[in-house]
Design a protein around this ligand. Structure first.
Ligand code: SF4
Length: 449
């Protein structure tokens, strides 16, 4: 009798961070999570102030931040399979009346239903490409839904399934603090609209896409521009052609990493802490500044460290380390490459040989990439499973609730940017588009379903 030959197949990787956290809490997985409360439904945190469990749980949420009302019990108590069925049924009924957008950092159980998966700007453009849809359901965070509202048709409703899905980094640049900063800078630099002998104004404000519509509007009113993590360098070049220096917010790390790569010395990048007079900088520092960095950061990307990179290199010789530019400068410097979420995705897709990748960005994207590319070994640099607190507030229960609301003719959780903010915010976005035209739609997007 011939010997029985058994070929062991590698087990497929589960893209679901939700499942991983459930397994950790059940004691089945040996991995670690930053907070076991992540295993509970987000509705357990909607009534409490704060960002909820996850990477932003230590950040202070501004008073008056939007809260989500109670999610009906039928959605809280439904199983994963039941919610999946209900979402699919509602989508079928709604057809082209609705477009569902899913950010790269959303949980797998939500991304499974997205018509488009991408970064915030790609998704805002996807919304723009569907003027026929009555509703755009944005599975992401608040500033992303605002941007989609800015770029979509006035009659289209942009819906955020959980109103508590804000962004701790965007919240770090409050419009009143930014207005106050501008006034203080005017005391140092004089007339902010006056040009010098080279035709440059004293300061050009630049805001990262990850900011409120109010901040984008401020930037638009003051001759400034929006940037993304993909085009930050192009945008800074645009700003330096018009201003002596840049005020960059809210993410100090993206500003510092980008300006440093352009050759701006660190001593010409003072930090602006809105809680201190003159941001905590001296008048001399401000006079010689090229980039004034707002004191903001992303709590997801701040978790990555040089020690994690050293460990990855020691345990995985030949590992390719790619991190997001929202990581601290020392982490970006210690990596092999840094780039936006789309850059990371494309770099992995372009690798023709089996490769080990250590990735410094949000764990939902990393785990999905690992599942999609079993020929590579892909892992998150941070060994602790700690998703973005606010992205994680979107759960299939809320998605089912807003979609079934649309089926019943009710628009729930609409996000609308007031006209006086929207007009200048669009100006700032249009400047960005003119600074670097976007790629053709299909090139940067992932059609998920
Ligand atoms: S990953 Fe960071 S920047 Fe993105 S939504 Fe979460 S806190 Fe905000």
């Amino acid at each position: 009798m011939p010997a029985l030959s058994i070929t062991l197949q590698p087990r497929p990787i589960d893209a679901s961070v939700d499942h991983e956290i459930q397994a950790i809490v059940a004691g089945v997985s040996g991995a670690e999570t930053c907070n076991t409360d992540l295993a509970a439904g987000p509705w357990n945190f909607d009534i409490r102030p704060g960002y909820g469990p996850g990477s932003s749980m230590g950040d202070v949420i501004p008073t008056g931040s939007p809260r989500q009302g109670a999610l009906p019990a039928e959605y809280r108590e439904a199983s994963e399979a039941e919610l999946d069925d209900r979402i699919r049924a509602a989508k079928r009924t709604l057809g082209e009346r609705v477009v569902i957008l899913g950010h790269f950092y959303q949980r797998e159980e939500v991304v499974a239903h997205a018509d488009y998966v991408g970064d915030s700007f790609q998704l805002a453009n996807a919304a723009k490409a569907h003027p026929e849809a009555e509703a755009i359901v944005f599975c992401g965070v608040h500033f992303m839904a605002e941007t989609a509202d800015l770029l979509s048709q006035p009659e289209q409703a942009v819906i955020l399934p959980n109103l508590a899905a804000g962004c701790s980094m965007a919240d770090m640049a409050d419009i009143d603090q930014v207005e106050e900063c501008w006034e203080q800078l005017a005391d140092v630099y004089g007339d902010m609209d006056a040009t010098d002998a080279e035709g440059l104004v004293p300061v050009i404000p630049v805001t990262y896409m990850n900011s409120s519509a109010a901040i984008k509007g401020f930037v638009g009113r003051h001759g400034g521009i929006v940037c993304t993590s993909s085009n930050a360098r192009t945008v800074l070049e645009w700003a330096f052609a018009r201003g002596r220096r840049v005020l960059f917010f809210p993410d100090q790390h993206l500003g510092r990493n980008t300006a440093k790569a352009m050759g701006v010395p660190l001593e010409q990048m003072p930090m602006w802490n809105p809680n201190k007079p003159l941001g905590g900088a001296s008048a001399t520092e401000l006079e010689t500044a090229r980039v004034i960095l707002w004191h903001g950061f992303c709590s997801v990307h701040r978790r990555f460290t040089v020690d994690q990179i050293d460990k990855a290199r020691a345990e995985h010789p030949g590992v390719r380390v790619i991190v997001h530019p929202e990581c601290p400068m020392a982490v970006v410097d210690a990596s092999d490459e840094s780039g936006s979420t789309d850059y990371i995705r494309r770099a992995i897709e372009a690798a023709t040989e089996p490769t080990t990748f250590a990735i410094g960005t949000e764990v939902n994207l990393v785990q999905r990439l690992a599942a999609e590319h079993p020929q590579h070994e892909i892992f998150c640099l941070d060994p602790v499973v700690c998703p973005c607190s606010t992205m994680y507030r979107i759960h299939p229960g809320y998605l089912a609730w807003v979609l079934e609301g649309l089926v019943e003719g009710e628009v729930r959780n609409r996000i609308t940017v007031p006209r006086d903010v929207a007009d200048p915010a669009r100006v700032a976005l249009e400047r960005m588009l003119a600074a670097k035209p976007p790629a053709a739609p299909a090139a940067g997007w992932e059609q998920a379903s």
